[in-house]
Ligand binder design. Structure first.
Ligand SMILES: Cc1cc2nc3c(=O)[nH]c(=O)nc-3n(C[C@H](O)[C@H](O)[C@H](O)COP(=O)(O)OP(=O)(O)OC[C@H]3O[C@@H](n4cnc5c(N)ncnc54)[C@H](O)[C@@H]3O)c2cc1C
Length: 305
């Protein structure tokens, strides 16, 4: 299974594979995970999820931008997203990747771009989370998070990945800020020198992060579809009298939809990460790598035509 995962993540970098999947993929299966190729297509999906009692976030898919002018277009697109959410009264915030805003070009550029968006979000009473990408970007992402908080921005959060050995120390260093952190297992191909290669170790590290974060003073977004972890979080919070306002569950659009609604019925906040945009290829490949059986789902659609 872990070999298949590595193979799929490696294929994510192949331009030939990208051309093939990009050509047929939306119809074949990307639509299961992506709300549409435009904001116009995504807005009604966000509304429908809200009507079911689910919170949402949205993302204009894209990453690894190498051209400064392009990062300015991304900023403009996200300003529009916040305006649209505000105008339509959606219960939606934004999650984005700093390499979409120029982190692979220059940290200062990414910092300026994201600060502008955090400010724009604040004016509309909204919130922005910076996703965590490959480990090459972890330090810069955490530095930018810290600088935004030091400059008084409260409406911003980031992510820690339990597969990285470093994450427990990162959490300890962030706790004095009462951080808003999303905890995930981690979706990229990382070397065994810095990340747990075995799933059981990733899961055990997740439990440690979860307990430390919940017991700390911040807000914890428990982003997993792992039912055992979700039940563990619920019991831990209840034993420690941690109020429901201090955490929420987060899952991905198209995955574990019944579990999402069950948790809402039990009175918990659930946010569904609901991305959109034409650049869905890498996002789809990560979803396939998490569950190689999803490749079968795509192939079945291909055979059915
Ligand atoms: C809201 C949200 C935000 C995220 N943000 C980031 C981020 O910023 N950085 C990052 O590196 N990773 C991110 N991830 C991805 C994360 O790291 C994992 O790769 C992903 O969540 C799968 O792991 P899991 O916790 O669900 O547990 P797993 O143990 O992998 O899965 C538990 C169960 O969930 C179901 N499941 C999991 N994945 C899929 C799938 N793709 N298709 C169908 N069923 C599935 C299966 O039933 C599986 O048995 C995010 C995930 C979520 C939910």
């Amino acid at each position: 299974m872990s070999m298949l995962r590595s193979l799929i993540l490696a294929a994510a970098d192949s331009p030939r594979m990208q051309r093939f999947v990009q050509r047929y993929g939306f119809r074949l299966g990307a639509a299961r995970f992506v709300a549409g190729e435009s904001l116009d297509a995504a807005a009604p999906v966000l509304r429908r999820l809200n009507e079911q009692g689910l919170l949402t976030n949205t993302t204009l898919l894209g990453e690894g931008v190498r051209d400064e002018a392009e990062t300015r277009e991304v900023v403009a697109a996200y300003r529009e997203v916040f305006d649209r959410i505000h105008a339509e009264g959606l219960r939606t915030n934004v999650a984005l990747k700093l390499t979409h805003l120029g982190l692979s070009i220059d940290e200062e550029l990414a910092q300026r771009n994201v600060a502008e968006l955090v400010e724009h979000a604040a004016q509309r009473g909204n919130f922005l989370r910076m996703d965590m990408e490959e480990s090459a970007h972890t330090d810069a992402t955490l530095r930018i998070y810290r600088r935004l908080r030091e400059r008084g921005h409260e409406n911003v959060g980031t992510v820690l990945q339990s597969y990285l050995f470093r994450s427990e120390e990162d959490l300890a260093a962030l706790l004095p800020l009462a951080p808003n952190l999303r905890l995930v297992k981690g979706a990229y191909l990382e070397p065994a020198e810095i990340a747990y290669p075995h799933k059981r170790d990733v899961d055990a590290a997740y439990v440690r992060l979860l307990e430390t974060s919940l017991a700390g003073g911040g807000f914890t977004a428990i982003a997993t579809h792992d039912e055992a972890l979700i039940e563990h979080a619920i019991s831990f919070a209840s034993e420690r009298d941690i109020p429901k306002e201090r955490f929420q569950f987060q899952m991905l659009y198209g995955i574990a939809s019944r579990l999402q609604l069950d948790l809402v019925r039990r009175g918990y906040d659930v946010l569904v990460a609901t991305p959109y945009g034409p650049e869905w290829y890498r996002y789809l490949m990560r979803r396939l790598a998490e569950r190689p059986a999803n490749v079968l789902f795509l192939v079945r659609n291909l055979v059915r035509g």
